[in-house]
Design a protein around this ligand. Structure first.
Ligand SMILES: [Mn+2]
Length: 229
């Protein structure tokens, strides 16, 4: 089976409970739609776990984007523009985006693990399209950005696909389900707090695990929903 999960945000225990709940095995594939790290305590543990599994396909979330920008600058001569970008990113990441736990845990890692993580983050996808059981899906951390009629994925920037919030009241692509994390479902519609939202060809799967909500997971073949509180 193919599963999607997102926005674990350092909740390693919920993540492990979910893998047990879905009985995740070597024949399965997990599309991990970003934001493994930050806010919660154990983001690095989540990243290291998905890294050692051959059947988890990782996508870049905005939190991995910040982390990756910072660590790929370490030990390198930076241009002035890069220096400004990294310093600004670091400031926002650690002070406002919950990056402090990730940064501390990262710094405590052995050098070879740091290097392995750096290389691994370089393989993260921005988006993927696939068909299963006659349904078409597009997977990305944040999605297709602001709504514009007829907008297609190739017209979106990477920045939009991992950072921008979509309009969940609009159908973007008539025949494709957009599967996204990034925005907790309770913010999209309070009636769906802690639950996956399926409407207007959107499937929003961030159930706010780190904000006291649930961790959600969806099976793409069956559209069955799984939750860990
Ligand atoms: Mn996010």
């Amino acid at each position: 089976m193919h599963y999607v999960m997102a926005d674990v945000h350092g909740c390693f225990d919920k993540y492990c409970s979910m893998l047990k709940k879905i009985q995740f095995c070597d024949d399965d594939t997990l599309f991990f739609l970003g934001d493994a790290v930050d806010r919660g305590p154990d983001g690095i543990k989540v990243l290291l776990d998905i890294m050692k599994r051959g059947n988890v396909v990782p996508f870049l979330g905005n939190h991995e984007d910040m982390f990756y920008r910072v660590i790929r600058s370490i030990g390198r001569e930076l241009t002035l523009d890069e220096k400004i970008d990294v310093e600004g990113t670091m400031e926002g990441w650690v002070n406002y985006e919950g990056g402090d736990s990730t940064w501390a845990a990262y710094n405590a890692l052995p050098e070879e693990t740091k290097q392995a993580l750096l290389d691994y983050l370089g393989t993260f996808r921005i988006y993927t399209e696939l068909s299963l059981n006659g349904r078409r899906f597009l997977l990305a951390h944040a999605g297709l950005g602001r709504y514009r009629e007829g907008k297609t994925p190739d017209q979106c920037t990477s920045e939009e696909m991992i950072w921008e919030r979509m309009d969940y009241d609009k159908v973007y692509l008539p025949s494709v389900f957009l599967v996204t994390g990034h925005t907790p479902t309770g913010y999209i519609d309070p009636a769906f707090a802690n639950r996956i939202i399926k409407k207007n060809n959107h499937i929003a799967i961030d159930c706010g695990a780190v904000f006291g909500g649930t961790l959600g997971c969806l099976c793409l073949e069956t559209l069955e929903e799984y939750y860990v509180s």
